[in-house]
Design a protein around this ligand. Sequence first.
Ligand SMILES: C[S@@+](CC[C@H](N)C(=O)[O-])C[C@H]1O[C@@H](n2cnc3c(N)ncnc32)[C@H](O)[C@@H]1O
Length: 273
Amino acid sequence: MEGVSTSVRTLAERVVGLLADPPDDPDLSAGYVNLLGPATEPPPSLAQSAMRSAFLPQIYEKVWRPAGFNLMKGWPIGPDTAAEHAMARDWLGLGQPGETERPALNVLDVACGPGNVTRALAAGVGADGLVVGLDASATMLGRAVSDTPAAGSGEAPVCYVRGNAVDLPFRDAAFDAVCCFGALYLFDDPWRAVDGMTRVLRPGGRLIILTSRRPFTVPAGPLGREVRRRAGDLTGITVFGDSQVTGALTERGFTGVRRRRYPLMQLVAGQRS
Ligand SMILES: C[S@@+](CC[C@H](N)C(=O)[O-])C[C@H]1O[C@@H](n2cnc3c(N)ncnc32)[C@H](O)[C@@H]1O
C-alpha cells in the first residue's frame, strides 16, 4: 500500500472488509482496489472493447451517456439524466442532495464506468455510509477516480473496485442497496450477475437496474430470435424483452417489483425478501 494516500487507504480498508475473499495486500496503486489481473479479465466483446478503450471514458459522461441514453429513454418525454438519478435514489430508499438527513447506507454501483451514477448515489447517502463503484475497465476507473472529489459535507465517501460484475467479489448481504445502470446488456451472463446482486444485498435491501428493452417492432418467434442471437453475438449486447428483467427479480424472491418502460430502455427495481 506504499505511495497510496491515507484517505484512499482508509476507504479501501472499509471496502476490503466487505469482500468475500479479501487479499492480504490489496493493489491500491491506481487509486482503487484492483482485484483483476490482466489474465482474469472477462473476455471482451465489441461493446466491451469500447468500454476498455482510452477514448470512450473521456467523453462518456458529458457526451456519450446523455446523447445515447436520453434518446433511448425517449427524451424529452422520458427522464433526462438528472431525473434518472433522482429516481434511482428514490427507488433505492436513499435521500436526495441537499437534504439534511440522508440515510447512512452501504450502496454498490455495479459496472460504474467513470463513476457518473456512483457520484449521484453518494449525493443521497449520509456521511457514515459508503458507496462502492465496481467496474472491470481500468480506463473507466481511472476516469472515475480523477472525477470523484473527496466527499462533501454530509455526503457518503466513494471507493472504486476493479472486479467482475458477473462474479461479484463481495460477501453475502454486504449492501443495503445495489444499482446497475447501463450494463446488464453487456454482461456475458446477465442472470448470473443478477444472482450475484441478489446475494450481496441484505434481506429488505433494494435493487435497481436500468437496461435495454426490445421495442415491439422487433419480430418475435424463431426468425426474431435468430436475428437477435446473431446481433448479440456480433455486438456483445443483449436486448431484453419486456418481462424478462421483472421476471428475473420475481423469480429471485424480490417483492414490490416495479418498472418504467421507455422506447429502448427499462428501469426495474424491487426489494429483496
Ligand atoms: C455503458 S457503461 C455504464 C456506466 C454507468 N453505470 C452508467 O449508467 O452510465 C458500462 C460499463 O460496464 C462495464 N462492464 C461491462 N462488463 C463488465 C463486467 N463483466 N464486469 C464489470 N464491469 C463491466 C464496462 O467496463 C463499462 O464501464
